[in-house]
Structure formats: C-alpha cells, structure tokens
Design a protein around this ligand. Sequence first.
Ligand SMILES: Cc1ncc(COP(=O)(O)O)c(C=O)c1O
Length: 455
Amino acid sequence: MNNSMRDLLHATADRAANYLEGLDHRGVAPSDEAIKRLAELDEALPDAPTDPQKVLAMLDEIGSPATVATAGKRFFGFVIGGSLPAALAANWMAGTWDQNAGLRVASPIAAKTEDVALRWLLDLLKLPATAAGAFVTGATMANFTALAAARHAVLAKVGWDVESNGLFGAPPIHVVVGEEAHPTLFRSLSMLGLGHQRVTKVPVDAQGRIRVDALPKLDGPAIVCVQAGNVNSGAFDPISEICKWAHEAGAWVHVDGAFGLWASATPKRAHLTVGVSEADSWATDAHKWLNVPYDSGLAFIRDPESLRSALRLTAAYLPESDTREPSQFTPELSRRARGVEVWAALRSMGRSGMADLIERNCQYATIFAEGLKGAGYTILNDVVLNQVVVTFGDAETNKRVITGIQQDGTSWCGPTHWRGQSAMRISVSSWATTADDVENSLSAMIEVASREAVR
Ligand SMILES: Cc1ncc(COP(=O)(O)O)c(C=O)c1O
C-alpha cells in the first residue's frame, strides 16, 4: 500500500475516535453555527482533483459538528440505536473490502457471514431454524420483502402466478392490519400493488394492540400483518391468538417487529413475544436494537421457497447453486455486505450480551417513566419495553418542553401524537447509554419541564 493511503486511513481513524470521544462534551443536537457552516459545502464542482486528506478534513471539520449525536449515549428520539464497537469496526473492514454481497462467487466472506449470522439470528429470535433470511436496508424493505413472499404464496395457493402475470385480473387478496400499524407498512403494501386504502384496519386498544374481538371474517387469499413493538407504546399485538385465527382460515401472518422482535433475546421479556414464532414471516431492523451502523434490516420467511419464487432472478451470466445464493433472497442484486457487521455484532455480544443490552434499555425506559411520573407528569403508555410516551400538559406546553429539551442538549427526544393526545416519545435503544446518562437526562428533562410547563 502506498503511504498516502495508509496515512489517510490512520488519519480517518484518529478523526473518528476524536469524534466519538467528543460526543460526551457536546449537545446532542448540532448548534445553529454548525448547521450554518454546512453552507461551505455549497461550492461548484471542482475542476481539478483534491487531496483525499483535504476532503476528509472538510468532512470532519464541517460535517462532524453538524451531526446529531445519535452515535452517543443520550439520544432518545425515534428508535435509533448506536453502533457497537465491533459492528462499527466490521463496517469499516467491509467498506475496505468493497465486496458485492449479492453473489457468493463475488464474495465468499459476505455470503459466509450472512449464513452464520442468519443461523444465529433465528436462534436468538426464537424463529424456525429453517426459515430463509434477507439482508436488506431496513424494516421498510424487510416488510416489503416478506410481503412479496406472502403475496406469492397466497396467490399461488389459488393458482395465480403473480410474478408472471402481476395483479391484473388476479383474485383479490384480503389484507388485514391493525389501526396502529407503522406508516411504512402501508408504503410496503402500496409498492406491492396491494394498496394502502383497500386494507381492513382492525381497531386497537388503549396500548395500540389489535382487538381480537374486532377481527374480520377471512375468506380466500389473505395476509394478516401484526406488530411486535408499537413505535410509540412498545406494545405487542396478541400474536398467538391472531395466528390461530388467521391460520384456521389459511391466511399468511406477517410480523412487523422492527425493534420489538429483539425482545425475544431476553428471557425477561419472553411474555411479550408469545406466539411470534407461529407466524409465517418477520421483519426487523439490525440498525435499531442490534446496534449496527445504518442501513441494515432483516426479513425472515418460514417457507424459503415462497421468498425464492417471489424474487426469482435468472440470467446466463449469474451463477445458480445449491447453497444459499444471497441475491435469490433480496430484491437487489448488487449490495453492500451488511452481514459482516451483523455477524460482528452478534459475535461480540453473544447471547448474554444481547440479553443484557435489551433488558438494560427496557429498565432505563422504566426509570424514565417513574422519574417523570414522580415529578408530576403523565405517562400515557404501559412501559413494557424501551418506549415511554409522556405528556407535560397541553399541546403548546409539550411543544415548549420538547424544544427546551432539544435546546438544552443533554438529551434529545421528539414529539408524537398518542391516542389523540400530543406527547413526547422516549426510546432507549443504544448499547452505550448508562444509568448516569439516564439520571442526567431525566434531571435535565424535569428542569426544562418545570420551567416551561408554568409559562
Ligand atoms: C414498527 C416499525 N416498522 C417499520 C419501521 C420502519 O423501519 P425503517 O425506518 O428501518 O425502514 C419502524 C421504524 O421505526 C417501526 O418502528
């Protein structure tokens, strides 16, 4: 390797380490000045090449301060995990390798890490050992991929080949979802031609769980989408009962478990995931609770053939083999080697490390809820997982408090609407968060709320 490449990689590693160390000493949100400085990137395309060291310096000096500190310990917005040390390092290694993970022949190591990680994931998440798996960009695409398999299977059962003929003239598919399904699930359904308006939306209870007493009658091809982990409340649909009802009618059950599926990794939350393994397909994110870098989602399908048939790809120049050919299980052909960092995260954490990560985050959510309740604020959900929904008063008050918390910078939380009320969401999803971070963030939240709530 020439020295300039080695120097560049060393300098980048130093910059990265400085960035991570600095996260403890800056606000979670970027400052106004940092965002203003981004205008320096608005230059014309240079006529001549630039030294890579200079390019990196620009990225670090202008870019690093303008990041949101989601890689840090006190970001509690959306559902955004950090990056485990082994996962981040593996991501760098995989970037260095620059492998095309679509084909085993193009990257034996990418295919092997997927094989092994898939076996471990099915074990950890307590899913059928023979299920197929797809390494995709996120839960949106994981839902899409699994629902493509579902669409194939329910139509094949009534003699319709949807991959050849599309949905023109096809027997209708009855799609059932909960009223609280994640908005991206509707996008996945519409991309598959299943429509997001024509679905049956089942009413939910106060936690956002599908009401079993309100399930519709099923007749003919049907796909039922349930949720393991509501993005606000963290609640799980009654999956076991729904699987029983749906399977009696020959329907396919799909579980959107973008973060909730990881509850299976800790014995202490096993009561939440009862029945999950009875479904036909599952979607989850690795970039949420497995804490690997973006982007990384996972789809699992009980019957591998329905996924292969939905995504079949043949060409004279593409290899066919008896072993798992990665691109036969994903919508893409070429893609990056996501399995590498999934493997590294699982290899470094092991079973007990994963159980500890999930359980610790859940306990921190409970500490947030109890602390805020103790300070006189109202918790709107049953805190069963890592999600807290809190209100400080009316909509204007909540807005002021949330802005105040974001400006204070100790932590970052975002707004939501929950069952008709404005509120703030807290999601604890990072391996790096400590009990001290929770205590400091809680104190700062209460201080801001007590100041803003009386204004
Ligand atoms: C339940 C659920 N499904 C799907 C998604 C979409 O995930 P992604 O943004 O990784 O595509 C989310 C994101 O928070 C979610 O919580």
